[in-house]
Design a binder for this molecule. Structure first.
Ligand SMILES: Cc1ncc(COP(=O)(O)O)c(C=O)c1O
Length: 371
C-alpha cells in the first residue's frame, strides 16, 4: 500500500525532539499560548519574512481574524476563487461580508488576475487569493489592482508554507498572510493550529487581541473577540518541526520533479510550475477526464489518491444562498471534475514514486487503448 500521506514515518524521524518538547509543556503547564507559542510565532514570522506572527487555533481562524482586523463585515464584498477548500469562503461568510467569486487560471488553478476588475464594486474591500496546492497566485497584477482600487489583500497561504513568489516568501506580499497547521499540511501540528503573519503592527495588535477575547490585558475587553488561541503543545511541536521545513520542502520538490520526469512522457498532464514560483507541492495533482476509473484502478494497485476538490465552492449546497449556478466559472468547474492528487509527502521514496507512476502509466495506457 502506498499512502497518500505518511505522518507516522515523519514522527518517527523526529520522535525524541518532539517527545521532549511535549514533555516541556507538561512540566511548565503553559497549555495555551505561553513561551513556546511566542517563540514559535517569532520563528515562523521570520521564516515567512514577515514582521509579526500571531498564532491561532486553525487556518480558518487566521482568515476570519484577518478579515475582522481589516474592519470587514456586513455590507462588504471580498473577491476570492471558487476552486478552494470551503474554509476560505466560510471565513468571509463568518464576518457577514459577501464572498464574490472570480474564475481561476486553467493552467495554475489559481486566481485569474484578468478576471478581478470586472468583479470590483463600490462595496469591494479585499481580495483573497489562494496559493492552491503550494504554488502562489500571480501576485504582481493582484497587488497592482488592489492598490489601484484601495483594496486589502489577504493571502490564503494555508497550503503554501515556504512558497515563494519572485523570491519573496508568501504571507507578507499582501496585507495579511494566513497559514494552517492542520496535521497533513506542509508544516503540520499534532492537532490543530494556524497563524496570521503581517508587516503591519496595528493589524498584528488587533489580531492578537481578537484571538484572545478582544483583551490586551486580562478581563479588559476592548473588542468583541474569540477564543482562537494556539495551544502550548502545538506551539512546541511546530517549533521543532519548523527546523526541518526547508529540508522537507526540498524533498517535496524533488519528489515532484521525479513524478514529472516519469509521468510527462506518458502524456499525463502534470502540474505546471510557473517561473515566478517556488512551488512547495502541498498537493501534486494530475488531470484526467477519466478520474473515477483512474482512482479505482490506482486503489486496486494499492495507491491511495485524493481529490482537492471535487465540487467548486459556488456549487456546494452550503453556499446555495450566494446564488451562483453551474457554468459561471468554467475553469474551476473543469478542474474540479479532472484533478487527481497523487501520494506526496517529504519521506516518499523513489521506489514509491516509481510504483505510483507505473500504476498511473498502466491506467493511462488502458484508457488510451479503450478510446
Ligand atoms: C486553502 C485552505 N484554506 C483554509 C484552510 C483552513 O485551515 P484549517 O483546517 O486549519 O482551519 C485550509 C485547510 O484546511 C486550506 O487548505
Amino acid at each position: 500500500m502506498i499512502p497518500f500521506v505518511d505522518l507516522k514515518t515523519q514522527y518517527l524521524g523526529i520522535k525524541d525532539e518532539v517527545d521532549a518538547a511535549i514533555r516541556g509543556i507538561l512540566e511548565t503547564c503553559q497549555f495555551t499560548l505561553g513561551a513556546e507559542v511566542a517563540a514559535f510565532e517569532r520563528d515562523f514570522a521570520a521564516f515567512q519574512q514577515a514582521a509579526h506572527g500571531i498564532g491561532v487555533n486553525t487556518g480558518t481562524s487566521a482568515l476570519h481574524l484577518s478579515l475582522l482586523a481589516a474592519g470587514i463585515g456586513k455590507g462588504d464584498e471580498v473577491i476570492t476563487v471558487p476552486f478552494t477548500f470551503m474554509a476560505t469562503v466560510s471565513a468571509i461568510d463568518y464576518t457577514g461580508a459577501k464572498p464574490v467569486f472570480v474564475d481561476i487560471d486553467p493552467v495554475t488553478f489559481n486566481m485569474d488576475p484578468s478576471a478581478i476588475e470586472a468583479a470590483i464594486t463600490p462595496r469591494t474591500r479585499a481580495i483573497m487569493p489562494v496559493h492552491l496546492y503550494g504554488q502562489t497566485a500571480d501576485m504582481d497584477p493582484i497587488m497592482a489592482l488592489a492598490r489601484k482600487h484601495r483594496l486589502l489583500v489577504i493571502e490564503d497561504a494555508c497550503q503554501a508554507h515556504a512558497a515563494e513568489y519572485k523570491g519573496r516568501r508568501v504571507g507578507s506580499i499582501g496585507d495579511f498572510g494566513c497559514f494552517s497547521f492542520y496535521p497533513g499540511k506542509n508544516l503540520g501540528a499534532y492537532g490543530e493550529g494556524g497563524m496570521v503573519v503581517t508587516n503591519n503592527a496595528e493589524y498584528a495588535r488587533k489580531v492578537r487581541m481578537l484571538r484572545d477575547w478582544g483583551a490586551e490585558k486580562k478581563y479588559h475587553h476592548v473588542l468583541k473577540g474569540y477564543n482562537y488561541r494556539l495551544e502550548g503543545i502545538q506551539g512546541a511541536v511546530l517549533r521543532v518541526k519548523l527546523k526541518y521545513l526547508e529540508k522537507w520542502t526540498e524533498a517535496r520538490r524533488a519528489a515532484a520533479a521525479r513524478y514529472d520526469r516519469l509521468l510527462a512522457p506518458l502524456g499525463v498532464p502534470t502540474p505546471a510550475a510557473m517561473p515566478w514560483a517556488r512551488h512547495v507541492y502541498h498537493i501534486y495533482a494530475v488531470r484526467t477526464t477519466q478520474r473515477q476509473k483512474w482512482q479505482d484502478a490506482l486503489a486496486a494497485r494499492g495507491v491511495q489518491t485524493g481529490i482537492h476538490y471535487p465540487v467548486p465552492v459556488h456549487l456546494l449546497p452550503a453556499f446555495a444562498d450566494l446564488g451562483y449556478h453551474a457554468g459561471q466559472f468554467p475553469h474551476a468547474e473543469q478542474a474540479a471534475n479532472e484533478v487527481l492528487s497523487l501520494p506526496m509527502f517529504p519521506e516518499i521514496t523513489a521506489q514509491q514514486i516509481e510504483a505510483v507512476s507505473a500504476a498511473v502509466g498502466g491506467v493511462a495506457d488502458a484508457a488510451l487503448r479503450a478510446a
